[in-house]
Design a protein around this ligand. Structure first.
Ligand SMILES: Cc1cc2nc3c(=O)[nH]c(=O)nc-3n(C[C@H](O)[C@H](O)[C@H](O)COP(=O)(O)OP(=O)(O)OC[C@H]3O[C@@H](n4cnc5c(N)ncnc54)[C@H](O)[C@@H]3O)c2cc1C
Length: 382
């Protein structure tokens, strides 16, 4: 089989590795517009303790990546000067570039080096392959112009966000809400290396307008955000990497393949960064697609149909949770009128997947703290 993978992000790199590992005779090319040592953003977080979901299928990659991850058990919500810890919520994080380097290393081990600095811009370059995989991210070039075949829907959230790093290593995954002069801000921040954290700043559209960000360049925006989050950053600077304000795009494709072309990773669908699942979904897409191709070695169309049938129900559920979480953030200025305990209580239940009994099991200290607060206020836990 002759395969072209467009994009060497987590989805493309991992799929290339799995395909070549399971079928060394596959003729496989993977092309990437950027150089190998360049990427956007900073660290990414996984919503479980590590890459345990890989352990059965691919213990070697799991063991390679896991030691490079920062791990912790609590999530902390900061509001009105109070820090509320939600225990038992395991997360693990890694620098995006570090993750890509480790995946590149795995891929080199099966004899493949991506073609870097090669941007595909002409659909004719996609011709002549048995299978074309669009692993080229949220603004997928491969998907472009074929939206009606894929049933593509793209909706942008109203809030703005900007992705920074900082040299302050936070102890846990934290959500900080700040009432500033121009309006309401929040930050999602967590350590992804011993000396670095991700720091994503988000604000609602009215705050964004009042702050005058439209007229600010990257340096002025960074300085402004450093002032808003001065107490959180504690003297540390924000670090930029193409850090511009964006509106998060919710991407969904009703049909996952068209002819011999299949979408995976962010090209297929996005999951809001507040649930820390986009990269994991990209890995799982690669695993599912490789499995379908293994089970249907002679019929690409059957393999692509099997991939979609097997994976769509799981993905739908996760995307629904991600969208519920995104909606909660879209309304965060209203939530900030709540007392810190109430806000944390709402926050942890925002994706609609956590019921009280489960929360009691997973986060006993947090539930006890909330119940004590509620009893004092004469309110029953909801
Ligand atoms: C602010 C923010 C925070 C996030 N935080 C997290 C997090 O904490 N945890 C998490 O799991 N996920 C997070 N994500 C999501 C995560 O980054 C994506 O889900 C993940 O990167 C998807 O992987 P991918 O390989 O599908 O796409 P990408 O990582 O986008 O890779 C696509 C690749 O294709 C290349 N490419 C694009 N067009 C072309 C072309 N025409 N020719 C050649 N190459 C091309 C790009 O250069 C890129 O390298 C976050 C996203 C954002 C925006």
């Amino acid at each position: 089989m002759n395969v072209l993978i467009v994009g060497a992000g987590p989805a493309g790199l991992y799929l290339a590795y799995l395909l070549k590992r399971q079928s060394p005779q596959t003729a496989l090319r993977i092309v990437e517009q950027n150089p190998p040592d360049s990427t956007f953003g900073f660290g990414v977080v996984f919503s479980d303790r590590a890459l345990e979901f890989l352990r059965d299928d691919d213990p070697a990659t799991c063991e390679l990546v896991t030691p490079a991850m920062q791990q912790w058990n609590d999530l902390v919500v900061h509001h009105r000067g109070q820090a509320i810890a939600i225990d038992g919520i395991g997360f693990a994080a890694i620098g995006r570039l570090r993750l890509l380097q480790l995946l590149q290393q795995q891929l080199a081990g099966v004899g493949i080096v991506p073609e870097y600095r090669r941007t595909l811009t002409d659909p004719r370059e996609l011709q002549g392959h048995d299978l074309v995989v669009a692993a080229d991210g949220v603004n997928s070039f491969v998907r472009r112009g074929r939206e009606s075949e894929f049933g593509t829907r793209i909706e942008h959230l109203a809030n703005r966000f900007v992705w920074y790093g900082t040299t302050r290593p936070f102890a846990a995954l934290s959500q900080t809400f700040v009432q500033a002069e121009a309006g309401t801000f929040n930050a999602h921040h967590y350590r992804y290396a011993p000396d670095m954290s991700t720091f994503i700043v988000e604000c609602d559209p009215a705050t964004w307008e009042r702050a005058g960000f439209a007229a600010m360049d990257e340096a002025a925006t960074k300085a402004y955000c450093e002032r808003v989050f001065a107490a959180t950053l504690d003297g540390h600077p924000l670090v930029t990497n193409r850090s511009i304000w964006r509106n998060f795009p919710k991407v969904w494709n009703e049909h996952w393949s068209a002819g011999n072309t299949v979408l995976i990773g962010d090209a297929l669908r996005t999951a809001h960064f507040s649930i820390g699942s986009g990269t994991r979904l990209a890995f799982e897409d690669a695993i599912a697609l490789a499995r379908s191709l293994r089970e249907h070695p002679r019929a690409v169309a059957d393999a692509l149909a099997a991939f979609e049938t097997a994976r769509k129900p799981v993905v739908r559920k996760l995307v629904a949770a991600a969208n519920a979480s995104a909606d909660w953030y879209e309304r965060f200025p209203g939530h900030m009128r709540l007392e810190p305990w109430e806000l944390a209580w709402q926050y942890i239940q925002r994706s609609g997947r956590v019921d009280l009994e489960r929360l009691r099991r997973v986060s006993p200290r947090f539930v006890a703290g909330y119940e004590a607060y509620a009893a004092q206020r004469g309110a029953a836990p909801r």
